[in-house]
Design a protein around this ligand. Structure first.
Ligand code: C2E
Ligand code: MG
Ligand code: MG
Ligand code: MG
Length: 281
């Protein structure tokens, strides 16, 4: 009887596993078809320079407008895409679309000439030698000056993917800036970053949201240490005025968060920069 019981459990486990595997395969299939069918779009979240209060540019954030489902957030599909080469196709598409869009805005209005755009690049794509060609192709196709493009990578990529390091060096030689995303959630110290091909730290929003005074001290330290090593700092997930004022006191360089704006579809983002950059006379 114990044996029969055990076999039943194995069968149940098998079934759960099979269901998960087929759900994963279905999602991969749908992502791949969706990319070919143009179901993805890029939303743009403003990044503000704290010193001047000026709009610096945007972070490009992908969305999947899945027929019959609606707008799917990246956390629901990026992890699946990251288990295969699909993530490279998706990241490449976002790179092309975001650089094309910002180049179009620049062509439309001189006020937009200095707008930067930050694109997230997954570790898998960054470890692939093609990443340098993908970025170069996007810059050439769009005509966007390399200085206006920021590539966002997570700290684990720098530490765990030896190939990524050389690719980041090559990207910076092109003039592209490199930002470490979600900083503080991994195990990297700012001292380690000093020798790395990095320009900017983006402090993870969990530290900004925290009301723990220890976390506040940590953020203050991160900002000072980053500046000591010549890095600029972006605070992610700024949701209220108190956080903004405090970050200003700490000499944080840039802020991003719902307080300023949620990520916006391209048309709304264009309205936002027209309003923000309009000459006041
Ligand atoms: P991320 O790069 O750290 O992007 C910031 C995320 O925080 C975005 O979520 C943004 O909407 C959200 N956020 C911004 N301000 C606030 C705030 O004040 N409060 C709160 N609660 N959230 C805020 P989103 O768009 O859902 O993206 C999630 C993650 O998906 C991104 O985190 C990034 O890691 C990944 N991702 C997005 N687009 C791409 C892409 O094109 N390629 C790759 N590889 N990953 C992407
Ligand atoms: Mg990011
Ligand atoms: Mg982030
Ligand atoms: Mg994040």
């Amino acid at each position: 009887r114990a044996k029969a019981h055990g076999r039943g459990r194995v069968e149940l486990f098998d079934e759960v596993l099979r269901t998960q595997l087929s759900a994963h395969a279905e999602m991969e299939e749908a992502l791949s078809a969706g990319l070919a069918a143009g179901e993805f779009e890029v939303h743009y979240q403003p990044v503000m320079a704290l010193g001047s209060g000026r709009l610096d540019g945007y972070e490009a954030l992908v969305r999947w407008n899945r027929p019959g489902v609606g707008m799917v957030p990246p956390n629901d599909f990026i992890p699946v895409a990251e288990t295969s080469k699909l993530i490279c196709d998706l990241d490449r598409w976002v790179l092309h679309e975001a650089t094309r869009q910002v180049a179009e805005w620049r062509a439309e209005d001189r006020a937009a000439a200095g707008l930067t755009v930050a694109v997230n690049v997954s570790g898998r794509h960054l470890s692939d030698p093609r990443v340098v060609r993908d970025v170069t192709d996007a810059l050439l196709a769009s005509g966007l000056p390399p200085e206006l493009l920021v590539v966002e990578v997570t700290e684990t990529v720098l530490v765990n993917e030896p190939a990524a390091f050389g690719h980041l060096v090559a990207l910076r030689e092109l003039g592209v800036a490199v930002a470490i995303d979600d900083f503080g959630t991994g195990y990297t110290s700012i001292g380690q970053l000093a020798g790395m091909p990095v320009d900017t730290l983006k402090i993870d929003r969990s530290f900004i949201a925290s009301t723990d005074s220890g976390h506040a001290e940590l953020v203050a330290l991160m900002i000072r240490a980053a500046h000591t090593f010549g890095l600029t700092v972006v605070a992610e997930g700024v949701e209220d005025d108190a956080q903004l004022e405090w970050l200003q006191e700490q000499r944080c360089d840039y802020v991003q968060g719902y307080l300023l704006s949620r990520p916006l579809p391209a048309a709304a983002a264009a309205e936002a920069w027209r309003a923000a950059l309009a000459p006041t006379s």
